[in-house]
Design a protein around this ligand. Structure first.
Ligand code: ADP
Ligand code: MG
Length: 776
C-alpha cells in the first residue's frame, strides 16, 4: 500500500512538472493566447470552485465558447497541479464519433502532446489511448457499453456529458443511470454541458443542481428569409408540377410528398396581399415554393450571390444529409462563380464521414480564397468553424419519427426547431457581424416548434430496451418512467413485444442467448440478427451488404425525369427473384467488379447507382465484419470463404433475410388476376412504386418480407422479397399450435400452416437445433 502510494505521489509530481514545463514553452504561447480569449476562460476559477463544491453541475453557453475543449482541460490541469494527477480519470462523452476524435485531437495539440498520451479517444471499434491517458473522449454509446462491465464506473473521477441540449436518446438514457448511480459514488463529479439555455430542466432533474452560464461574445447576424433571398438572387423557383409530366404514378408521388404540415400552412397564404412590396418574379416563385423538396439550384444561386456581392468570409451551408451534400459538392466544384476555381475551397462536413480533413475545415484559407463548407446539422453545435460569416440554412434536418400505433418508423428530412434555427444563425457571427440566408419563408419560421421533440419520444425503443436488459436495470417500463421525458408506454410495449417476437427476450422479459449476442452489437436488433444468421448459415457477404443498406440507405437513384429507365435497371439486377434485396446484392457485386476493372463511373451511371452510397456501404460492411469478429462469430483468419459457402444460393440468402426481417411479413393473397398484400397490424398495404415487385401481379411464393413500412397517402412496404412458407416456418417467430391441433400459428395466429404432426415435430426439432447455435 505504502509503496503504491509513494509511486503515485511520484507520478503526480512528474505530471505536474511536465505540465508546468509545457506552459512555459514557446510552442504553446500562441495556443495559450487563443485559449485565453475564449469566453470559457473567464469562468475558469468559478467553474473549478462550483465543481469542487457540488457533485453535479450544469454548464451552458453559446456554441464555440469553449465548453468542450476547455472545461475538461481545466479539470485536468487543476487535478495535475493539485498533485492528484495519478488518480484522476476524466471522461467526456460526445454524441458523435467525429466530434470525439476531433476534440481529443484539438486538446492534445493545445497541450503540445500527441493524441493518445494524456488525452485520448475511444469510439466504436477505434481507440487512441494509453496508460498515460487521464482525459478520455468517447461516444455516449461507448460509455453505455462500458457500464455493462463496470456499473459503478470504478476509477472515474469526473464525468462530463456533452451536448445534452440535443436530447439524444443515449444521453437521456445515460442521465437516468447516472442519477441512480450518484448516491453510490459520492466522490464522482458529474458535469452536464449544454449549448442553449434550458439548463433549468436538467438542474431540476438532478435535485436543483447548481448551474453555471458562460456569457458569450457574438456579433450581430442579419437575417433574410426566402422572400428576401429571392428578391436578391432573382432566382425563379419552378413549380414541382413543371418538373413532372402528368401521369398517374407521378401524381401519386406528388401527393406523397405533400404531407408536410408546415409547408401546407404556406399554401393558404394569400401571396399577392402578403408580399405586396415584392417583385412579381419573387411572388411567382413563392407561389411555386412547396417546401417539400430542397431546391439545390437555389442554394447554388445563393452561394453565387454571396460570392459576387458580399465581402470576404467563409460560407456555411446547412443541408439535410450526405445526398444533398455530395450533389452540391459536385455542382459547386464544377461551377466556378468568379471564373477561377482556385478561389474556392469547397469542403463537406458530415457525421458519418470516415475521417474529417481537420485542418482544412478549421484553418483559415489563404487570402483571396473562400471557404465553403457543406454540412449537416453537425455544424450546428458540435463542430465550430470559426471564420464563418455567411450561413445558408435550408431549414431541415433528417429526423427519425416513430408512430407507436402503427409501428412505423421513418427517417425523413423535417423542419428544424426555432432553437436549432437560432443556433444555425449564430454560426455566422463568431468573428465579425454576419448574414444568415434562410431558404424558407418567414411564416414557416414562425410556425416552427420551439424545441425539437427528444429522440426518446420519436424513435423505436428496441435497441434501448436490450440495453436496459443487459445492464440489469429491472423492468424496462418502470426504468424508462424515470426519464427526463418518459416515452409512451405503448412504444415501450411494442419494443418488448418485438424483442420477444424475434427471440431476443423470453416470456419473462429476460435476455435469451440470442438476445445476449444482440446486446453486444451496437445495431438495430433486426440488423444484428441478420448478421448473426448470415455468419452461421454461410451467407456472410449478402448479409453484410443488405445490413449495410438497411443501416444506411440503398444505392439506387431515381432521377425524376428518367425514372422508368432507372426502374428498369433495378429490375434487371433482380432478374426473376421478386426481390429488391437481391437487386441490391447484384448491384453491389456488379459495382465491386466494375471497380476492380476501373469502370466504376460508367457502371454507376448506366445503372443509376450512387457511387458515394456504395462506397459508404462498403465501409460499413468492414465495420460490421469487425463487430462480428469482436464477438467471436467470425474468425477473420479463416478467410471469407469459410463463411460464404451458400452466398450464391438465393434460397438460402432469402431464408437469412427472413430471419433478419421477421416480423416484417405480409401475406400475398390472390385476388383474381392480381395479388393483394396484408399485414397483421394495419391490414391491406401496397408495394412501394420504387420496388421491383411493383406492378407484378402474380408471385410464385405466398409471403413477402420487407425492410420498412412507410405511411404517406397509403401504407407502402419498401424493399420486399418474396419468400416461401418453409423459410418462415424455420426462421420466423414463435410457433404456437392451433386450437384445432392441425397446424401451427405464428404472429399471433395471423399466419397459419396446416401440416401433419410428424412434419410439425420435425420443424420443432430443427428450430431447437437452431436456437442452440446461439448458446455458445
Ligand atoms: P463549445 O464546446 O463551447 O461549442 P469548443 O470548445 O468546441 O466550444 O470550441 C472552442 C473554440 O475552439 C472554437 O472557437 C473552435 O473554433 C475552436 N476549435 C475547436 N476545435 C478545433 C479544432 N479541431 N481546430 C481548431 N480550432 C478548434
Ligand atoms: Mg461543444
Amino acid at each position: 500500500k505504502l509503496e503504491s502510494d509513494s509511486a503515485k505521489e511520484k507520478l503526480s509530481a512528474e505530471l505536474k512538472q511536465k505540465q508546468e514545463a509545457m506552459k512555459g514553452s514557446d510552442g504553446l504561447k500562441a495556443m495559450l493566447a487563443f485559449r485565453e480569449q475564449l469566453p470559457a476562460f473567464n469562468v475558469k476559477s468559478g467553474f473549478i470552485k462550483a465543481m469542487t463544491e457540488n457533485q453535479v453541475l450544469v454548464v451552458s453557453g453559446e456554441t464555440g465558447c469553449g465548453k468542450t475543449t476547455q472545461l475538461p482541460q481545466f479539470i485536468l490541469e487543476e487535478e495535475i497541479s493539485k498533485l492528484r494527477g495519478a488518480d484522476c480519470r476524466i471522461i467526456c462523452t460526445q454524441p458523435r464519433r467525429i466530434s470525439a476524435i476531433s476534440v481529443a485531437a484539438r486538446i492534445s495539440s493545445e497541450r503540445g502532446e500527441n493524441l493518445g498520451e494524456t488525452v485520448g479517444y475511444q469510439i466504436r471499434l477505434e481507440a487512441k489511448q494509453s496508460a498515460q491517458t487521464r482525459l478520455l473522449f468517447c461516444t455516449t454509446g461507448v460509455l453505455l457499453r462500458q457500464l455493462v462491465q463496470d456499473p459503478q464506473l470504478t476509477g472515474v473521477s469526473h464525468l462530463l456529458v456533452d451536448e445534452i441540449h440535443e436530447r439524444g436518446m443515449n444521453e437521456d438514457f445515460l442521465l437516468i443511470i447516472l442519477r441512480n448511480l450518484l448516491p453510490q459514488r459520492p466522490d464522482l463529479r458529474l458535469i452536464l454541458m449544454s449549448a442553449t439555455i434550458n439548463a433549468d430542466l436538467f438542474s431540476k432533474y438532478f435535485g436543483n443542481a447548481p448551474t453555471l452560464h458562460i456569457p458569450g461574445k457574438t456579433f450581430a447576424v442579419a437575417e433574410f428569409f426566402l422572400e428576401d433571398v429571392l428578391e436578391k438572387t432573382r432566382y425563379n423557383i419552378k413549380s414541382e408540377f413543371e418538373n413532372f409530366e402528368g401521369n398517374s404514378r407521378r401524381r401519386r408521388r406528388q401527393q406523397e410528398s405533400k404531407k408536410d404540415p408546415l409547408s401546407e400552412l404556406f399554401e393558404d397564404v394569400d401571396i399577392d396581399s402578403q408580399y405586396r412590396g415584392y417583385s412579381s418574379s419573387t411572388r411567382k416563385s413563392l407561389e411555386a415554393w412547396s417546401g417539400t423538396q430542397l431546391d439545390l439550384s437555389l442554394v447554388e444561386s445563393t452561394i453565387e450571390y454571396i460570392c459576387r456581392h458580399e465581402g470576404n468570409g467563409a460560407i456555411l451551408v446547412f443541408l439535410t444529409g450526405w445526398d444533398d451534400i455530395s450533389k452540391l459538392l459536385d455542382k459547386v466544384k464544377a461551377n466556378n462563380y468568379l471564373g477561377d476555381s482556385g478561389k474556392f475551397l469547397v469542403l463537406p462536413l458530415h457525421g458519418s464521414m470516415p475521417t474529417i480533413n481537420q485542418r482544412e475545415i478549421f484553418d483559415r484559407p489563404p487570402p483571396g480564397k473562400r471557404k465553403i463548407v457543406l454540412a449537416t446539422n453537425i455544424a450546428e453545435s458540435s463542430i465550430t468553424v470559426d471564420d464563418v460569416v455567411y450561413v445558408i440554412d435550408c431549414g431541415k434536418a433528417k429526423e427519425t419519427s416513430y408512430d407507436a400505433l402503427n409501428k412505423l418508423a421513418c427517417l425523413l428530412p423535417s423542419w428544424i426547431s426555432k432553437a436549432s434555427a437560432h443556433q444555425r444563425r449564430g454560426r455566422a457571427g463568431r468573428v465579425q457581424p454576419g448574414v444568415c440566408y434562410r431558404l424558407y419563408p418567414k411564416i414557416i419560421h414562425d410556425a416552427m416548434l420551439q424545441y425539437q421533440l427528444p429522440e426518446i419520444l420519436r424513435t423505436p425503443l428496441q435497441e434501448l430496451c436490450l440495453h436496459i436488459k443487459s445492464l440489469q436495470l429491472g423492468t424496462v417500463g418502470s426504468f424508462l418512467a424515470q426519464a427526463l421525458q418518459p416515452p409512451d408506454p405503448l412504444a415501450v410495449q411494442n419494443a418488448i413485444e418485438l424483442l420477444k417476437t424475434i427471440g431476443a427476450l423470453d416470456d419473462m422479459e429476460e435476455l435469451t442467448p440470442l438476445g445476449r449476442h444482440l446486446c453486444t452489437l451496437p445495431l438495430d436488433p433486426n440488423i444484428g440478427k441478420m448478421l448473426l444468421m448470415g455468419s452461421i448459415f454461410q451467407c456472410l457477404n449478402p448479409a453484410l451488404t443488405i445490413a449495410a443498406a438497411l443501416a444506411h440507405r440503398d444505392p439506387f437513384i431515381l432521377p425524376i425525369n428518367r425514372k422508368e429507365e432507372a426502374n428498369d435497371a433495378k429490375k434487371s439486377f433482380a432478374g426473376d427473384s421478386c426481390s429488391d434485396h437481391v437487386a441490391l446484392l447484384k448491384a453491389f457485386e456488379g459495382w465491386k467488379d466494375a471497380k476492380r476493372n476501373g469502370a466504376e463511373r460508367s457502371f454507376c451511371w448506366d445503372n443509376f447507382l450512387s457511387p458515394v452510397t456504395l462506397q459508404m456501404m462498403d465501409d460499413m460492411r468492414m465495420q460490421f465484419l469487425d463487430l462480428l469478429s469482436d464477438i467471436g462469430f467470425v474468425n477473420k483468419s479463416r478467410g471469407p470463404s469459410a463463411y460464404n459457402q451458400y452466398s450464391q444460393d438465393l434460397e438460402m440468402v432469402c431464408a437469412v433475410l427472413c430471419a433478419g426481417l421477421y416480423p416484417n411479413v405480409v401475406q400475398c393473397k390472390r385476388r383474381g388476376k392480381r395479388t393483394a398484400f396484408y399485414t397483421k397490424e394495419v391490414g391491406k398495404v401496397d408495394i412501394h412504386p420504387g420496388s421491383v415487385n411493383a406492378g407484378v401481379h402474380i408471385f410464385p411464393l405466398p409471403y413477402m418480407v420487407y425492410s420498412e413500412k412507410v405511411k404517406t397517402t397509403s401504407i407502402y412496404i419498401r424493399d420486399s422479397t418474396n419468400i416461401s412458407d418453409y423459410a418462415l416456418l424455420l426462421f420466423g417467430g414463435n410457433l404456437v399450435p392451433t386450437n384445432t391441433g392441425d397446424g401451427i400459428e405464428m404472429l399471433g395466429g395471423y399466419l397459419h400452416f396446416s401440416a401433419s404432426k410428424s412434419v410439425l415435430d420435425l420443424i420443432k426439432k430443427l428450430r431447437g437445433e437452431l436456437d442452440k447455435l446461439f448458446n455458445r
